[in-house]
Design a protein around this ligand. Structure first.
Ligand SMILES: [Cu+2]
Ligand SMILES: [Zn+2]
Length: 216
C-alpha cells in the first residue's frame, strides 16, 4: 500500500516536471544608424515555437521600410558590414509568408506620420534555436519598402529593392542568462535535467526503503 502511494506521487512529480520544462528565450537588438534612426527590438520564443518580434523604431520617413535579419553581427563599418540577408539554404528573396524566402526575410515595418514604427511580427522561420538561430546576427531597417521579391527590379529577388540601410544592430542574449544550447528547446532545457535528477533521487529512496523493509 505504501509502495503504491509512492509510485503515485512519483508519477505526479514526473508529470509536473515535464509540464514545467518549457523554456522561454528572449534576445534583444539596439538599432542605430547615420540618419538619426534609432530603435529597440526584442525577439521572444518558447521552446521551438514561433518567434514574436516586438519593438519600436523612430526617425523614419512615413511608410513601409524593409526589415531583415542579415547574416553577420558585424557593424564595424556601419550597417554595410552585416552583409547580405541571412540565407543558410541559398533561397531567393521573398516575403515572410512565402516558402521561397531567406530565413532573414521579415518583410516590412510601417512608420506613421511621426516617423515611429511599432513592430509586432510573429514568424515561424527565424528561431532562437538550432540551424535558423538569429542569435549574434544583424537586424537591418531600410530606407525603402521591401517589394518581397515581386517588384521586377534587378535587386528584387536578392534584397527586395529596399534601398539603403538606415539603422542596424546586433542580436544578443537577454534571457535566460545561463546556458543557451544549440539543440531544440524542450530536450535541452535545464528544468528537464532537474526533473530527471529529482526522479532518480526519489527512485533511489524508494528502492532503499523497500530493501530495508525486506531485510528487517
Ligand atoms: Cu536588409
Ligand atoms: Zn531577403
Amino acid at each position: 500500500m505504501a509502495t503504491c502511494k509512492s509510485v503515485l506521487s512519483l508519477l505526479v512529480l514526473f508529470v509536473a516536471a515535464v509540464s514545467a520544462a518549457s523554456e522561454e528565450r528572449k534576445a534583444i537588438a539596439v538599432l542605430k544608424g547615420d540618419a538619426g534612426v534609432t530603435g529597440n527590438v526584442t525577439f521572444t520564443q518558447v521552446d521551438d515555437g514561433p518567434v514574436t518580434v516586438t519593438g519600436i523604431v523612430t526617425g523614419l520617413s512615413k511608410g513601409n521600410h524593409g526589415f531583415h535579419i542579415h547574416e553577420k553581427g558585424d557593424i564595424s563599418m556601419g550597417c554595410t558590414s552585416t552583409k547580405g540577408h541571412f540565407n543558410p539554404e541559398g533561397k531567393k528573396h521573398g516575403g515572410p509568408t512565402d516558402t521561397e524566402r531567406h530565413v532573414g526575410d521579415l518583410g516590412n515595418i510601417f512608420a506613421e506620420d511621426n516617423g515611429v514604427a511599432h513592430i509586432a511580427i510573429r514568424d515561424t522561420v527565424v528561431s532562437l534555436h538550432g540551424k535558423n538561430s538569429i542569435l549574434g546576427r544583424g537586424v537591418v531597417v531600410h530606407s525603402d519598402q521591401d517589394d518581397l521579391g515581386r517588384g521586377g527590379f534587378a535587386d528584387s529577388q536578392t534584397t527586395g529593392h529596399a534601398g539603403t540601410r538606415v539603422a542596424c544592430g546586433v542580436i544578443g542574449i537577454l534571457h535566460p542568462t545561463g546556458y543557451w544550447t544549440q539543440g531544440n528547446g524542450a530536450s535541452s532545457s535545464s528544468p528537464l535535467s532537474l526533473a530527471a535528477i529529482l526522479l532518480v533521487t526519489s527512485l533511489v529512496t524508494l528502492i532503499s526503503r523497500s530493501t530495508s523493509r525486506w531485510s528487517s
